[in-house]
Design a protein around this ligand. Structure first.
Ligand code: AP5
Length: 213
């Protein structure tokens, strides 16, 4: 099974991916996490990507497409994947279809988590991420049991550089200009299922599971 998560920055794609990958047994591939890992390891891709990420802009299509196509070719992706943050442009969506065609595979569903713009800024500016396992919290909507500490592995929580207000606003503008058009791409192919992302986290998960029945 190949699933795609669509939605603006802060819509809850990462939160829901973590929950769904467990119940569906799929591999979660987050383009943002892969890029942040390259950045941490100081690879050439990580250094180039950082120039775009810190400004809230999209990393060029050719770099992202190669990174994802490589990841999809790894043996652990054979059990099925949940793509989070990719595709984000029409050329990326077309490149994914081409890559899957070669393996006689296709996208099974595009799950669109819809959240209003004003809610997104609150979500991004209050998000806290675990420095160890990457689990995501929110200072108001989804706080850890102990302030500043991850419930899962006890590591300190931090604010992502690109969640600072100015960069978060830029990311939303980029989303509306470059990413939102791909919603129509999947709608035209009969693959889109939209859920209301402003409900409690568990209810969003329930609606996403309904999309897959
Ligand atoms: P990436 O890491 O993919 O960031 P994003 O898409 O901007 O998504 P986010 O991680 O910000 O949000 P999310 O939807 O996962 O929300 P979350 O679950 O954390 O990309 C970062 C950068 O990398 C890009 O700007 C770009 O430069 C580059 N990049 C990545 N992919 C690329 C590509 N394909 N092409 C080009 N460049 C690329 O939730 C957000 C907050 O809300 C959390 O605090 C959470 O606790 C809370 N929350 C979640 N659900 C709920 C709920 N139901 N109610 C209340 N609070 C909730």
């Amino acid at each position: 099974m190949i699933l795609i998560f669509l939605g603006a920055p802060g819509a809850g794609k990462g939160t829901q991916s973590e929950l769904l990958q467990e119940s569906l047994g799929l591999l979660h591939i987050s383009s943002g996490d892969l890029l942040r890992d390259h950045r941490r390891r100081g690879t050439e891709l990580g250094e180039v990507a950082n120039e775009y990420m810190k400004k809230g802009e999209l990393v060029p299509d050719d770099l992202i497409i190669n990174m994802i196509v490589d990841r999809l070719a790894a043996p652990d992706a054979a059990r099925g994947v949940l793509l989070d943050g990719f595709p984000r442009t029409l050329p990326q969506a077309a490149a994914l279809d081409d890559a899957l065609d070669l393996k006689h595979q296709r996208v099974n569903a595009a799950l669109y988590i819809n959240v209003h713009d004003e809610v997104l800024i609150d979500r991004l500016s209050g998000r806290l991420t675990c420095s160890g396992c990457g689990h995501v919290y929110h200072e108001k909507f989804n706080p850890p049991k102990v302030e500043g500490i991850c419930d899962h592995d006890g590591s300190p929580l931090y604010q992502r550089e690109d969640d600072k207000r100015e960069t978060a606003v830029k990311r939303l503008t980029v989303y509306f200009e470059q990413t939102r058009p791909i919603i129509a791409y999947y709608q035209e192919r009969g693959l889109l299922c939209e859920v209301d992302g402003e409900q409690p986290i568990e209810k969003v998960t329930e609606d996403l599971m309904t999309c897959l029945r």
